[in-house]
Ligand binder design. Sequence first.
Ligand SMILES: Nc1ncnc2c1ncn2[C@@H]1O[C@H](COP(=O)(O)OP(=O)(O)O)[C@@H](O)[C@H]1O
Ligand SMILES: O=C(CO)[C@@H](O)[C@H](O)COP(=O)(O)O
Length: 502
Amino acid sequence: MGKYVLGVDLGTSAVKVSALDHSGQIVAQESFDYDLIQKKPGYNEQNPEDWVSGTTVAIVRLILNDHLSASDIEGLSFSGQMHGLVLLDKDKKVLRPSILWNDTRSTPQREEIEAKMGDEFVDITRNQPLEGFTLTKLLWVKENEPDIWAQAKYFVLPKDYVRYRMTGNLAMDYSDATGTVLLDVAKGEWSKKICDTFDIPLSMCPPLIKSVDFAGTVTPAYAEFSGLTTATKVFGGAADNAAGAVGAGILHPNMVLSSIGTSGVVLKYEDTPDVNYHGVVQFEDHAIPDKYYSMGVTLAAGYSLSWFKKTFAPAEDFTDFVASAAKSTVGANGLLYTPYIVGERAPYADADIRGSFTGVDGTHQRYDFVRAVLEGIVFSFRDLFDIYEENGGDFDTVVSIGGGAKSSLWLQIQADIFNRKVVSLKNEQGPGMGAAMIAATGLGWFDSLQDCAETFVHFGKAYEPNPENAAKYAKMHKIYKQVYQQTKSISKQLLDYRREEL
Ligand SMILES: Nc1ncnc2c1ncn2[C@@H]1O[C@H](COP(=O)(O)OP(=O)(O)O)[C@@H](O)[C@H]1O
Ligand SMILES: O=C(CO)[C@@H](O)[C@H](O)COP(=O)(O)O
């Protein structure tokens, strides 16, 4: 039997664990779904214990159902949903459910940070202090749950907590640490200035490690729980978008990643930290040491489609449901969807905007609505491409990953709306692949992640833009761009109405 690495992709909708051999072939995959806890508008939480048990069930299934021998699993690493706050007490016990990346309750804390630090904050962290990021969540707990805050001794991010439960060691890798907006990116250390300004003990911030760093071996307790052996080595891992970029081979500035997971991401590899987007798009440390990436995030990308399906076609098969959009036309017979159903992050950093269908006509069929949702998500990505173009971005290839890349119709819609070649991967699991590549590199199977990519990353079908469709979509995108400004005030009034009703 050969030796394997596991890539643990701790997503928002599920954890997916992939086992890969030395040649980068996926030999087995298992996943486990979990839910969001949504107590109020703008609230999104998950229980860290669900991540641990979901990951463990997937590993147990790899061993029992897929007959992977535990002694052949040499190493594992992670791709983790970013920004989620996991608060731990002095014994490293979880104090409250994790407040996730798509939770937008912390607008007052965002405003407080902006008022106290202004541009200096963006200079240190290279990001705005948005509701989605960890610092505003920390301040929300400090101000709203003083009893919990009094017991809080450490904070980590989702995959760091799972890694801690496997190894007993607490740490955070740089690519996820930038997403807390507590990191001084130029110095590569936790920002004392930010911690002091907001009265957060520096001791709450975990030790920093690189993505490919060895983080410990599996503890005897976790070995018993999961069936792994205590010889399996665990490596740091990366933020899901950094891992996705590695797994999709985004290792050159001419390539852009388009990821349709629960969230949507347009991501660009950045060779140096010199480029400054002034926080309009996020700027993060990469999983590759001393490299960076920038990205714009659509909060509800795949989530928009899942919400629409769950609400209007719960019994239907997902693939058939998506495929029904082919019965509609380019531009969904004049129906437009904006995917702001949980607020938005980029290009509009607005927690209070909400989604819309515009142009609803008595002749529209359900398949027009499905098509409008698919297109609206990609129009929001097109907005992000526009930001890159305005900043002189020059790229010719878009690599598409995430659950959305399972649909060839959606991949063609991306090529037509971006008016660029869109390439899929042989396996759409970019983040899981990236996580496995981090383990393989950490183990010394390869000298670097770039070397590993040459063996592990395999592109699938390429989708070329259809000029006629691209022209139609350019017209629709111009109309789409007007919806935000024209619905902003109405959305705010409706959200206030909901908040009063609760
Ligand atoms: N067959 C499919 N065709 C197109 N999109 C799909 C399909 N199955 C799932 N999706 C989309 O993929 C999203 C989940 O993507 P995934 O990358 O697994 O997310 P995450 O990592 O956030 O858990 C879902 O929200 C859904 O909209
Ligand atoms: O908030 C961000 C990135 O800044 C999200 O991309 C999360 O990292 C969650 O990602 P998915 O579950 O959609 O992969």
